[in-house]
Design a protein around this ligand. Sequence first.
Ligand SMILES: *[C@@H]1O[C@H](CO)[C@@H](O)[C@H](O)[C@H]1NC(C)=O
Ligand SMILES: *[C@@H]1O[C@H](CO)[C@@H](O)[C@H](O)[C@H]1NC(C)=O
Ligand SMILES: *[C@@H]1O[C@H](CO)[C@@H](O)[C@H](O)[C@H]1NC(C)=O
Ligand SMILES: *[C@@H]1O[C@H](CO)[C@@H](O)[C@H](O)[C@H]1NC(C)=O
Ligand SMILES: *[C@@H]1O[C@H](CO)[C@@H](O)[C@H](O)[C@H]1NC(C)=O
Ligand SMILES: *[C@@H]1O[C@H](CO)[C@@H](O)[C@H](O)[C@H]1NC(C)=O
Ligand SMILES: *[C@@H]1O[C@H](CO)[C@@H](O)[C@H](O)[C@H]1NC(C)=O
Ligand SMILES: *[C@@H]1O[C@H](CO)[C@@H](O)[C@H](O)[C@H]1NC(C)=O
Ligand SMILES: *[C@@H]1O[C@H](CO)[C@@H](O)[C@H](O)[C@H]1NC(C)=O
Ligand SMILES: *[C@@H]1O[C@H](CO)[C@@H](O)[C@H](O)[C@H]1NC(C)=O
Length: 776
Amino acid sequence: MTLKLIFDVALLLSLWSTAGCDFLMEGVLQMECHDRYFMIALDLSATGTDPRFEAVDGAGVHPITDAYAAKCGYSISVLPFLGLVELRASYFSCHAEKKADDFVFKFNLVTNYNGVEAFYALNKSCSPPLSWSPREVTCEVNYMEVSVRSEYPCPAGTNDWNTLRPTQSTSTSDWQVEFQRPDEQLPPMNLSQALKLGYMFDLLRGRIVFRTPYGQHESYSAGVNGVPVEVVHATIFSRKGWVVLLVDLVAACSMYEGSYDSGYMLWSTPEALYASYNRTQISVGLNGHLMEPAIAEKKGFIMERHNSTIKIGVPYNADGGYRKSFVSSGIFEFYIINLYLKQTLVDEYHEETALRFHRTLVSPLLPYSVVTEDRTVKADGVFTTYLEVPEDVELTSVQLNGKAFKVPFGDNLAYTLAEAVNLNNTHSYTLTVPLHDPVVIQQFSQENAAMFHKLDVNYTLVAVPETEPYYHKVSVMVLMDVSPPSFKTACNASGISFELAHRSYDYLWDISIGLAQLTLDLAAKRGYVMSNDSNGLLLYVPLFTQGYEYKDISLKGFLGTFEVLVKSHDTLKILTSTVKTCPFNSTELIMCSTNGWMTVVADLSLVLPHGKIPTGTHLSNNLCVAKEKDGTRVLYSFPLNSCGSAVKLLRGNVVYQNKIYYYFGSANSTEGLTLQCTYPLTGLYSLFSAYRFESDKDGVGSIIYPIENTKGLPSSTEPPAKPQTTAAPQRTRSPNLYLPSFYPTARYIKVSRTHGLLGSYKGIKGGVQVKQYPQI
Ligand SMILES: *[C@@H]1O[C@H](CO)[C@@H](O)[C@H](O)[C@H]1NC(C)=O
Ligand SMILES: *[C@@H]1O[C@H](CO)[C@@H](O)[C@H](O)[C@H]1NC(C)=O
Ligand SMILES: *[C@@H]1O[C@H](CO)[C@@H](O)[C@H](O)[C@H]1NC(C)=O
Ligand SMILES: *[C@@H]1O[C@H](CO)[C@@H](O)[C@H](O)[C@H]1NC(C)=O
Ligand SMILES: *[C@@H]1O[C@H](CO)[C@@H](O)[C@H](O)[C@H]1NC(C)=O
Ligand SMILES: *[C@@H]1O[C@H](CO)[C@@H](O)[C@H](O)[C@H]1NC(C)=O
Ligand SMILES: *[C@@H]1O[C@H](CO)[C@@H](O)[C@H](O)[C@H]1NC(C)=O
Ligand SMILES: *[C@@H]1O[C@H](CO)[C@@H](O)[C@H](O)[C@H]1NC(C)=O
Ligand SMILES: *[C@@H]1O[C@H](CO)[C@@H](O)[C@H](O)[C@H]1NC(C)=O
Ligand SMILES: *[C@@H]1O[C@H](CO)[C@@H](O)[C@H](O)[C@H]1NC(C)=O
């Protein structure tokens, strides 16, 4: 399954090409002479899709196909995920040319960019660094090769050894080959026939070479201590008369596929594939480079002999190994190791056999857990998530609560994504998203009476260069205390408006004006204009409605302040208050405060003879004069009980009355306007105490124009039924600012009562008679 997957990957990746460049110029080519083979390594990204090789010798150009490679001693491995193509050519490969002590390799590399082929001639000359053992066996990935020293004298009359060379063989060659299997002896055949079957026999540098692909019909399997072994046993012989020349050629290789266990790639081969007199020597390495056993051990390689089997263990992440991530409904990783093993055996005749193995070990797909960490610090005001992935896994996009953003982010986003490369072959992405960003889901938690800020991050990861996406989801959450609402406010000439956008958890709070909770009823009763729809709450409080406080009253204008409170629904504790103060123009107004002051701005022009401006004005008590005057306009502010006010009880109300008089020159004063404050009796605590006045409610003020003297009022035969009232109920708490210019002396109010004591009038209706107060 693993291998199958790898091949799928290979297939996929073989379609992958990057921008072309002249790789010979770029120096991405590597040609190396190894102990027993010549190697060319190419960067796949430089060679384009599907590079091909051709072997070149004096006889011509020979395309290296799979079958031809196995027969002629070439191995081509493609490691697409590394972008690497490697060609290995045996020194005994068909088209290596021998020049003196050297082997000369010539190849054509054929690259293909978008259908355009290019040829590159490569050549290199190698002199094998080591002397050759009497018998050398190479177990390549696609063939087995045996070479034996042949220093035997040629028996007289036999054909020259050269006739072994198939290319040079003539019909006179009488070399025969006989394949043997344990249970049967196959009929002999001549070398031409063997060649046709894919075998290769050769004579080179005094060595007889035999090469066979794996899986030949004449091969057989031999299990040695549980390790599968493939063997091809060929005997070549030449018979001339009574002389028979016979060479036994056995190619045997461990076919163990490799396994993976606890972080090790394991591989085994029988200790004595060939006759061995004493212990065999082994050295191991990766990618064709052998190591001293001590060094290998230091690097964590395991070399054990067990039950006549050599067991090799390579740490999966050994230097020189390859690692690749793979996406298939999950992130997996696998490791590929090009194991190179040399085994030296000595038989009882002290003849040495050197065995070399090239084996590609592939680990199974190992599940890889993406590392994520929630690194959010609430106080920073941002979500911070950390993602760590292997270096060949890339983040291509993220979905934040389902909204997709390509990576890297544009500059106009409020989010950041920082990438860092780690030393341990991983890299990491740190994503930040502000806690209050619109993309963050905010959900009220009734249980916690707090707000959940929730962000689902769906990372799209790909294992490059593939494109199969893997989605990794992370949810981060922060619990934030909820803040009570605050209003947007606005002034206009006739009132103040308060505006509030609804939030889902608004039921946590009550809105109130003073002590009274704001409801549609309250609004209607007090004359507020309120709308409360799905968008939000809009409250408009017209000037002079209940709840206002006034300050800095002058003829020019005054300040009106209105306060809206937000209280906890459960504890009724005041959480926030929105106080708005606006300037208003004063034309005419009267205020009857709960603490017993009357404040009036009045215009006498309606009652004055046309165009005349009075010398002065005063109240009933002529010592009480206007605090401010401006032509016909006057401002008075005085305690209800003072300045000669009259008090009357009228249908459950107590009514305080005073008048504004005006005069010209030294002439007697003329009665101008009547000022009146009416309080419901039930609301009064101490109506008749001399110095204190307290009311639950503001009084209702009226400015009454005398009918006869009034000019400019509608002159109708019908007497006007109602006095002109300019101001609605008001309330003020700042009388001190407007202490009158005099301090009235103590006043006494005589009352005749039938019940109770003074000061106990609260709640009593009727049964109270108050005589007309004595004027001062
Ligand atoms: C071998 O390659 C070199 C360049 O690497 C070139 O100069 C030389 O001519 C080539 N020789 C042959 C015989 O192709
Ligand atoms: C090899 O054997 C085949 C079949 O027996 C025969 O046709 C062929 O001529 C032989 N070749 C040589 C070189 O003897
Ligand atoms: C040694 O190999 C033989 C043959 O495969 C097997 O039966 C035996 O259990 C092995 N012994 C050990 C200790 O592995
Ligand atoms: C095996 O025997 C040969 C010849 O006696 C000797 O040279 C070699 O060192 C021995 N190898 C081991 C591993 O003992
Ligand atoms: C890789 O390195 C980073 C940074 O040094 C570290 O935070 C992380 O834990 C390491 N990951 C693994 C899997 O060791
Ligand atoms: C992540 O996004 C992908 C692509 O839109 C989607 O198919 C997948 O269901 C998402 N995963 C989760 C857990 O939401
Ligand atoms: C002030 O605003 C309220 C509410 O929007 C509106 O009804 C009223 O007419 C406005 N008054 C003036 C003078 O603009
Ligand atoms: C406004 O309406 C919402 C529901 O639509 C209600 O929960 C809220 O109490 C109302 N606010 C006021 C002040 O009436
Ligand atoms: C008061 O009246 C003056 C003059 O009519 C005007 O310019 C000013 O805007 C008014 N102020 C307010 C608060 O209505
Ligand atoms: C002013 O009033 C007093 C008493 O009411 C009166 O005696 C007097 O004649 C009046 N003076 C004028 C100029 O009317």
